[in-house]
Design a protein around this ligand. Structure first.
Ligand code: AMP
Ligand code: ZN
Length: 453
């Protein structure tokens, strides 16, 4: 049962050797709950959902502990409350439920533990006190700050030196900081901002200490895997490591980071008008399963591009695979090819390719079983998969009539033109003496078909 994973910390693939034999522990940074999850967030969730499923398959469902937090104290949440006049607790409760609903809609299993940061304030305070005691942090003007220069290995995960970071980063310079690189562990709250009593006065935690404290409380001082998007490598994960190691924790062994998602080749942003949430897609009628299929089709360490074309192809493929597996019992075993590539650094794209191969070989029961392992083809054929994506019947008539004419005048050029155009658009063409039958293939492209008319 060898699973290899790429470890950002060592920059190589490593065999996963659980600290406790036969049991795996994993921590993944979860959402800050003030708004709907966008499709980039969904990518990160699905990457670690697939890892969770693979680990459960290999080690048994009871032997995998997967912690994903909710950050429910954060200045973005405070800002949202100030803008809207709503209670913070209403905003975080509503957004947490949205997140759970939207992630369920794309087939993500719930982690075994979903701690909320606000339930771990005493643990955070205890860690900060220990850091101060050991000289790795200091209190100043109601703040507690981590003394970055006191941790020699700072920057090792992301491969930067402290001096490079100072040159490149947007570090907050503040008069009470000993060094601009020092980061906040605790900060003061005014009467309109959520706060807890602490040795440094009433205040709230910084973001990084939340994960260090929750991981330690739930998984212990050393655990197997820590994950998140690669935008978190620096500073968030670098800071988590510094805090935890300086408290004497060994912390995570393997660090996994997913690459970012873009939309039609561009960074997703509200100003470009290409920003959308999972809920936006679901509301437009895109099935959660289609979203999942598109996401799994790219390896997690490659940038992924969300495109309308991929959405359409995924829909066509799923529609076809629902049709061919309808009423069949899933086979006994997941395809060995799919499992092998999944165990080699979570190659979900390779697993989808293995499914295409099974479909070509008409091994439909194994296809169903393997797809179900990937969290797909789990329902009875859903209604969207029953409809025909495109009405090809007018082209069937066109081609049939062209052929009738060609048999008369012995000029097949129009038939050839139509056939070539259909094939180019990703339509399979079946002609017999009784008629013409057309079917969209996974690579079907409706735009090319339009041009043919
Ligand atoms: P945030 O709410 O921005 O802290 O992000 C929550 C999770 O989503 C983190 O693991 C991020 O790394 C990840 N994430 C944010 N944006 C993207 C993106 N465009 N593509 C992939 N993952 C992302
Ligand atoms: Zn974190």
């Amino acid at each position: 049962m060898t699973i290899k994973l790429y470890n950002t910390a060592t920059r190589q693939k490593e065999v996963l050797t659980p600290i406790k034999p036969g049991e795996v522990s994993m921590y993944v940074c979860g959402p800050t709950v003030y708004d709907r999850a966008h499709i980039g967030n969904a990518r990160a969730v699905l990457v670690f959902d697939m890892l969770f499923r693979l680990l459960r398959q290999e080690y048994g469902a009871e032997s995998v502990r997967y912690v994903r937090n909710f950050t429910d104290v954060d200045d973005k949440i405070n800002a949202r409350a100030a803008e809207t006049g709503r209670e913070i607790s209403d905003i975080t409760a509503e957004t947490t439920q949205w997140f759970l609903d939207d992630m369920a809609a794309i087939g993500a299993l719930e982690p075994t533990d979903m701690p909320r940061a606000t339930a771990y304030i005493p643990q955070m305070i205890a860690m900060i006190e220990e850091l101060i005691e050991k000289g790795h942090a200091y209190a100043a003007e109601g703040h507690a700050l981590f003394r970055v220069r006191s941790y020699e290995e700072y920057g090792k995960l992301s491969g930067r030196s402290v001096d490079d970071m100072i040159a490149g980063a947007r570090v907050e310079v503040a008069p009470f900081k000993e060094d601009p690189m020092d980061f906040v562990l605790w900060k003061p709250s005014d009467e309109n901002t959520p706060g807890w009593d602490s040795p440094w006065g009433r205040g709230r935690p910084g973001w990084h200490i939340e994960c260090s404290a929750m991981a330690n409380d739930l998984l212990g001082s050393e655990f197997d895997i820590h994950g998140g998007g690669n935008d978190l490598t620096f500073p968030h994960h670098e800071n988590e490591i510094a805090q935890s190691k300086c408290c004497g924790h060994s912390f995570a062994r393997i660090w996994m980071h997913n690459e970012m998602l873009q939309v039609e080749g561009k960074k997703m942003s509200k100003s470009l008008g290409n920003f959308f949430t999972v809920r936006d897609l679901l509301d437009q009628g895109v099935s959660g399963e289609v979203i999942r299929f598109v996401m799994l089709s790219t390896h997690y360490r490659k940038p992924m591009d969300w495109t309308e074309k991929k959405r359409q192809e995924a829909e066509n493929t799923l529609r076809k695979w629902y049709r061919v597996t309808e009423g069949l019992d899933a086979g006994e075993d997941v395809s060995a090819d799919a499992l092998d590539v999944m165990k080699d650094d979570l190659n979900t794209a390779g697993a989808i390719a293995a499914c295409h191969k099974l479909a070509t070989e008409q091994n439909f029961r194994k296809l169903k079983k393997t797809m179900q392992f990937l969290g797909l083809l789990i329902e009875h054929t859903p209604s969207w998969a029953l409809q025909n994506e495109v009405d090809l019947s007018s082209f069937e008539t066109l081609l049939f009539e062209a052929r009738q004419a060609a048999m008369q005048n012995k000029d097949f050029s129009e038939v050839d033109r139509l056939k070539a155009g259909l094939l180019d658009a990703g339509v399979s063409v079946m002609m017999s003496k009784d008629g013409v039958s057309l079917e969209p293939k996974p690579e079907f492209d409706a735009a090319k078909l339009e041009a043919l008319k």
